[in-house]
Design a protein around this ligand. Structure first.
Ligand code: NDP
Length: 391
């Protein structure tokens, strides 16, 4: 919402208790809170105290926990507030289907796909943080958005950067996009050192403050792998048009290269509120008190080619893009399973990519998805197969 815009916007936040969710609420507060926004629904999973506090503070119509077992806890926490309460998968769908013009999709992992899809189908504008929607469902998700008639507003900082600099009337002249990657906490570690890292060290991202899973995915560069597939579908590109460059300062958030040799970039301090504010205000801009870039202090920007031996996730993303079909869903389902196992200390850091590659080998011949059910089935198969490799 632009400064000076006096209309109230009805919005829903799927995943309001997470890192993107809390940043979204911070942006909303700074843009006028309840005076400017009507919060329709908020959803979380395990963090009931925070979900209840958010729902009361913003006067939400509905609060939902994804965990059926926590329904009573949420109900008690909201007793007397008049806020409706729901739980489980059906509760998430109810939240997504309620009449809100703008929906932040910030549930982590493939669990975000069904509710985001429900919001897209009814024509809401989707601020998309949940990259898994595009990784798993790809063109089917894009079709659903188009059919619904809403807009897809990328929140992932790289895709938001590209969205900001991509001129719609010049799309035909786009030669390539260049996704920047910080390189994560293990950028300079040897393969041998990476073999022994723990979830605690892997979650310590050098520049961004994010949720646990995306932080570890950044360390393995699976996050960048997912972003390559996300970019492909978001911007309708061929796999070979998507490049990745390691840029340890995370100041350039991504770039678009045009056919005349020009490269346009979006820069900023690493703070997700800029991307969230842009998606919330699009096509305008809002006022946000994020740190400003000080170029004199910055003094240098570094770049290096990614090392696909230490970070095979990038190679696997290219393979999934080239194969097409449900390979994105297979890659993501196997990755989420391997990641859970790594967080629990059941497999090593490097084993995550090994498991994903083996599952992709085994499921290479799955037919392309004709419907969303095929996507969910491929995801399920990949999870089962990966789990079998871990036991
Ligand atoms: P968090 O882990 O911080 O938050 C995830 C949210 O999803 C929380 O509200 C959590 O609830 C909820 N949740 C967890 N499990 C489930 C489930 N099974 N069903 C429904 N809801 C669930 O994640 P992030 O905010 O870091 O990331 C969210 C999404 O945004 C991811 O797809 C990520 O890749 C993407 N993203 C994140 C960025 C960031 O800066 N964090 C940047 C770019 C993209 P609870 O906390 O109550 O358990």
């Amino acid at each position: 919402m632009a400064s000076g815009d006096s209309t109230k916007r009805r919005l829903t936040i799927l995943g309001s208790t997470g890192s993107i969710g809390t940043n979204t609420l911070d942006v909303i507060d700074r843009l006028g809170g309840r005076d400017r926004f009507e919060v329709v629904a908020l959803t979380g999973n395990g963090n009931i105290p925070l979900l209840a506090e958010q729902a009361r503070r913003l006067g939400a119509e509905l609060a939902v926990t994804a965990d059926d077992n926590l329904y009573q806890d949420l109900k008690s926490a909201l007793a007397g507030s008049g806020i409706a309460v729901a739980a489980g998968r059906s509760g998430l769908i109810e939240a997504a289907e309620r009449d809100a013009g703008w929906v932040m999709a910030a549930i982590v992992g493939n669990a975000g796909l069904a509710p985001t899809l429900a919001a897209a189908r009814r024509g809401a504008d989707i601020a998309l943080a949940n990259k898994e929607c595009l990784v798993s469902a790809g063109s089917l998700f894009i079709e659903a958005v188009k059919k619904g008639g809403g807009r897809l507003l990328p929140v992932d900082s790289e895709h938001n950067a590209i969205f900001q600099v991509l001129k719609n009337d010049q799309r035909h002249a786009v030669e390539r996009i260049i996704l920047t990657a910080s390189g994560g906490p293990f950028r300079t570690k040897s393969l041998d050192e990476m073999r022994h890292v723990t979830a605690e060290t892997a979650r310590a991202h050098p520049n961004w403050s994010m949720g646990l899973k995306i932080s570890i995915d950044s360390a393995s560069m699976f996050n960048k792998a997912l972003e390559m597939i996300e970019a492909r579908h978001l911007f309708g590109l061929r796999p070979e048009q998507i490049e990745v460059i390691v840029h340890p300062q995370s100041v350039i958030h991504s770039m678009v290269g045009y056919s005349d040799g020009s490269v346009l970039a979006q820069l900023g301090c690493p703070d997700m509120r800029t991307a969230i504010g842009y998606a919330l205000s699009y096509p305008n801009r809002c006022d946000l008190p994020v740190e400003r870039l000080d170029f004199a202090k910055l003094s240098r920007l570094d770049f290096e080619a990614p090392d696909e031996v230490r970070f095979p996730a990038l190679r696997l993303a290219r393979r999934a893009m080239q194969s097409g079909g449900v390979q994105g869903a297979v890659l993501n389902g196997a990755k989420e399973t391997a990641l859970e196992a790594f967080i629990k200390g059941r497999v090593g850091f490097l084993a995550m990519a090994e498991i994903v590659e083996k599952v992709m080998d085994e499921l290479a011949d799955l037919p392309a998805a004709a419907t969303m059910d095929d996507v969910f089935a491929a995801d399920e198969k990949a999870r089962k197969m990966a789990a079998g490799m871990i036991e």
